[in-house]
Design a binder for this molecule. Sequence first.
Ligand code: CU
Length: 79
Amino acid sequence: MTDTAMIEQHYLVEGMTCSHCIASVTEEVSDIAGVESVSVDLRVGGASDVMVLTSTPVPSEDIRAAITEAGYPLVTAQS
Ligand SMILES: [Cu+2]
């Protein structure tokens, strides 16, 4: 298998509290073309770290919009 270079992005998302929140964000972000995987480090009462791996460059605005769409508007993109 060839190792495809993945682009890793991180977002801090406020207000996520449970596995349902993780599922909602994962579903919305996974719908974006180029997104290969989404993983969430849930921190209840703080900002959860959402890691997004993409196979092509995806604008952070698109990812933030998807997270907002899932119901979590307070998103900080980490460079
Ligand atoms: Cu929840």
